[in-house]
Design a binder for this molecule. Structure first.
Ligand code: IPE
Ligand code: IPE
Ligand code: MG
Length: 251
């Protein structure tokens, strides 16, 4: 079975599909602990699950998927776990690249490369270069990513280019983020029940809808993903307006 073929029947069509979905893939460690397995096994199953969710995105018509795979804070974890997470991304890129490319997935990396082992950096580079003209789905891999770090880097970049203070606008700052040319996420999903942002897309997520589920990431399947999108359809995105204004706009 290829990556994009589903073993399940296609889910019911939604009235409104978020263009950009971002996911904090949390709970791998707890998933493993519940089974008496090492945390790294949880991460391995987490990567497997990514295949399912990618497939779901293509089926549902999501155009951009951003996944939080490794935060700038995750360096604090035990060395063996950090190494395992690096290796897993390397294996994922090695194993899935042909398939992802064939299916038209454009792979991007958001985050810092410094500190990332050179071999993995090369794999990331190869994957992003090879898939850069694909357009069925943009897969943004947030790896060695931190929202505050991203803002710091954007500010430095703006200053280095000598942009006058009066020209600094919200739109300009958005363009200097790693996600410069992409729409802000419409929906941010966090698995495993934690009610926090953990330094993820803190600029871009200022008006995103949040969906938190107790389901642990390795168990977050196609049905769970569809449920999250169904919830999104019911959300009223007011962007500061009143209900009445919103209704008038939609007419
Ligand atoms: C998410 O699962 C994966 C990463 C942060 C890399 P965790 O490893 O955080 O799992 P829990 O939160 O300990 O269950
Ligand atoms: C956020 O999860 C980072 C990723 C999913 C990669 P964490 O598990 O690291 O978040 P905290 O530390 O519980 O906030
Ligand atoms: Mg966690």
């Amino acid at each position: 079975m290829t990556l994009m073929q589903s073993e399940e029947k296609a889910p019911a069509k939604l009235a409104k599909v978020p263009q950009h979905v971002a996911i904090i893939m949390d709970g791998n460690g707890r998933w493993a602990k519940q089974r008496g397995l090492p945390r790294t096994e949880g991460h391995r199953h987490g990567v497997e699950n990514l295949r399912r969710v990618l497939r779901a995105c293509v089926q549902e018509g999501v155009k951009v998927l951003t996944i939080y795979a490794f935060s700038t804070e995750n360096w604090a974890r035990p060395r063996y776990e950090v190494d395992a997470l690096m290796r897993l991304l390397e294996v994922f890129l090695g194993r899935e690249l042909d398939e992802l490319d064939k299916e038209g997935v454009q792979i991007r990396h958001i985050g810092e490369t410094s500190g990332v082992p050179p071999r993995l950096q090369k794999k990331i580079n190869d994957a992003t270069t090879r898939t850069r003209h694909n357009d069925s789905l943009i897969l943004n891999v947030a790896f060695n990513y931190g929202g505050r770090k991203e803002i710091v880097e954007a500010v430095k970049h703006i200053i280095r280019e000598g942009i006058p203070a009066d020209n600094v606008t919200e739109e300009l700052i958005s363009r200097y983020m790693y996600t410069g040319d992409l729409p802000d996420p419409d929906l941010i999903i966090r698995t495993s029940g934690e009610l926090r942002v953990s330094n993820f897309l803190i600029w871009q997520g200022s008006y995103s809808e949040y969906y938190v589920t107790p389901t642990l990431w390795p168990d977050f399947d196609q049905n769970e993903f569809h449920k999250a999108l169904e919830t999104y359809v019911l959300r009223k995105r007011r962007f500061g307006m009143t209900d009445e204004q919103l209704e008038a706009e939609q007419k």
